[in-house]
Design a protein around this ligand. Structure first.
Ligand code: CA
Length: 400
């Protein structure tokens, strides 16, 4: 397997002759990796003709793709920065225009899959700005680059084989099969395996076209959310106001119980009488507070970032006529990924956390932070701050 270092070195500042030699070696290893795929592709029914057409003109890895693996904005930026970009005035206006133009299609999709139109539109908006920026990177080349470098184990090799299967079925040509640097395709940014399992031909023309058909794109988003378990009876969540002295240690339960405890929607509307929810304080106490339902987790099934799910939920509310968030965001940032990693290590050694050390905030780390806060008498908002990290790191080392 071609190492990521070898591939990167091809694009770095070595002296001219050494660089050319290194690049030739990396390109040759890349072509070897592709040739070695043939038997697995054939086992999936991919013909030699399809295989050759897929890789025509692709004889070197894409250095820009590997460079991008180091950044992923929804995990790096504070949630409020991410929200400002994802739910901008321009995006809202474009979304409302698309909603008007596609109203009959959206109604039909809502009827078939039970997912609200504004949620479908919001995902389309965040993924590709409603189809306007679906990404122009060759999916085959991006996946081959990541797979050859062994990025994330076998994941991208499997996705590359899935992409070849899609080409074999004839839904799209290799030239049309484009998307992001990470192999997410078209207007809905599905990985090939997600496409094979969930994409639909909503406009009934015989092709599942998430590259040029808004109807297929919207229908595919809705079908995927339904398959992930979207509950048509619930919203994704609500911004809420907590009463004075609210007990943060009781942060999960029935919506009706939250109502009994004095929690109110920030926009004054009623909370539904049924369904479970949990309190989510992505900026800590005093910042916007949310009650999130299982549908929030469904959105996280599309993209595991909390910031992403919140942006989709809020954009959906705004597209449906809802107002801006009521509470202000904090001005001080939370923890960046490297500090989050330190927090994960610290909470793990203290026995509160057993998830991955990946520098990503999510339900599991939030739960660990809350349990730590409860055990040490801190306000249990689940929010990871520099102060919390310092608190964890200043704990006396437990005896073996
Ligand atoms: Ca179609």
């Amino acid at each position: 397997m071609l190492s990521r270092r070898t591939v990167l070195a091809a694009g770095l500042c070595l002296p001219g002759a050494a660089r050319a030699k290194e690049k030739a070696r990396a390109d040759s290893a890349f072509r070897g990796f592709i040739e070695a795929l043939r038997p697995d592709a054939a086992a999936r029914g991919v013909t030699p003709q399809t295989f050759d057409a897929a890789f025509r003109g692709i004889d070197a890895p894409d250095a820009a793709v590997l460079a991008r693996t180091r950044r992923q904005s929804e995990f790096v930026r504070p949630v409020w920065d991410y929200l400002v970009g994802a739910v901008s005035g321009g995006r809202l206006a474009r979304g409302l225009a698309r909603a008007a133009a596609l109203a009959p299609t959206l109604r039909a999709i809502e009827g078939r899959y039970g997912v609200p139109g504004p949620v479908i539109l919001a995902i389309w908006g965040v993924e590709s700005d409603f189809g306007a920026s679906a990404g122009d990177v060759s999916t085959i080349r991006a996946l081959a680059t990541l797979a050859a470098a062994g990025h994330r184990g076998a994941l991208f090799r499997d996705e590359l084989l899935a992409a070849l299967t899609i080409l074999q079925r004839g839904d799209v040509t290799p030239k049309q099969m484009r998307g992001s640097w990470a192999g997410a395709m078209g207007q809905v940014q599905f990985l090939p395996s997600t496409y094979l399992a969930h994409a639909v031909d909503f406009d009934d023309d015989g092709h599942r076209d998430i590259w040029t058909s808004p109807a297929d794109s919207l229908g595919s988003i809705a079908a995927y959310l339904k398959d992930l378990g979207w509950d048509p009876a619930l919203s994704w969540g609500y911004e809420v106001r907590l009463p004075e002295g609210f007990d943060l240690t009781r942060y999960g339960g029935d919506l009706s119980a939250f109502t009994e405890r004095g929690v109110r929607r920030a926009d004054g509307g009623p909370l539904p009488p049924r369904g479970r929810a949990s309190l989510f304080l992505p900026g800590g106490v005093g910042a916007p507070a949310f009650l999130i339902t299982d549908n929030f987790e469904v959105i996280r099934g599309y993209n595991t970032s909390d910031s992403y799910a919140l942006a989709v939920g809020h954009l959906a509310d705004r597209l449906g006529g809802g107002s801006t968030l009521a509470a202000p965001w904090p001005t001080a940032p939370g923890l960046d990924p490297s500090s989050l990693r330190k927090l994960q290590v610290g909470l793990a050694s203290a026995g509160f956390y057993d998830g991955p050390t990946d520098g990503r905030a999510g339900p599991k780390l939030r739960e660990a932070v809350r349990r730590y806060q409860i055990s040490t008498g801190l306000p249990a908002d689940g929010y990871a701050t520099p102060g919390l990290l310092a608190h964890v790191e200043s704990r006396p080392t437990p005896r073996p």
